[in-house]
Write a protein that binds this ligand. Sequence first.
Ligand SMILES: Nc1ncnc2c1ncn2[C@@H]1O[C@H](COP(=O)(O)OP(=O)(O)O)[C@@H](O)[C@H]1O
Ligand SMILES: [Mg+2]
Length: 254
Amino acid sequence: MKICSAISLSGGQGKTTTVFFTALLLAQQGKKVLAVDADPQANLTFYLGHEVQPDEPSLFEVLTKQVEVEDGVYGTQYENLFVMPADRGLFKVSDFLSSSGAGAFILKQRLRKIHDMFDVVLIDVQPSRSQICLSAVGASDHVLIPVEANVKGVNSLVDTLDFLNEQAELEAFTGSVLGIIPFRDRWVGNTQTLEGRQNIAAMKEFAGEAPILASIRESEKFKNAIRQGKLLSELDQPDLQYPFEQIVEALTHE
Ligand SMILES: Nc1ncnc2c1ncn2[C@@H]1O[C@H](COP(=O)(O)OP(=O)(O)O)[C@@H](O)[C@H]1O
Ligand SMILES: [Mg+2]
């Protein structure tokens, strides 16, 4: 079982989009996938068509050890794809994690128990230096860093790489950066805009060893696909799906 988090320390950087399409694609290819929603905004939970009921355990109960980890796993409408959902109650988990003193290791420990049930665990992570984020980073073999192809995105990349380096020095992050994914890269016809090109060049300067993966192009088609719960290839847009195919390739060949 491989654990991969999508991390970026600002909102609107493409984390949920990346996890959603990568999870659907992996599942369609026959991999057993668990999508973990580690963002109290709970967009991933919503995209996967799950609604947390008051009496049903979610990631919160799993992290606070009120239930066994498998009790927080639910099927979805997709074959091979399961979700560990979140709701806004997840905001409260930080107190528990920080007072436990081992917050960075709790998710890792908890997921160990379902090691044989899944091929890949994808975690959509809250965009802040929170205990939830520490816990996801601590559990990860790999991280993906989606960032908008603009100045805000480059700043988010710098913050995120700093954070990961700090965690690596503390030996709380022992994984690798699978890649940086430029998000909402604007093209006009077959030409990338100057803004996109310049910002991706800036990302390369900060990336160090981390590869810059194929960019996710700016397009309403992604939102349509999410709304319909479908892959872009199923909506006759196979070219737009390439970034997720590249991630699947990297994840399954690592
Ligand atoms: N290719 C795209 N082009 C433009 N907007 C997109 C694209 N893909 C997703 N979006 C929209 O961009 C917003 C931010 O993406 P999201 O994945 O939710 O970011 P994050 O999870 O990092 O906050 C969402 O409203 C999403 O629907
Ligand atoms: Mg999100």
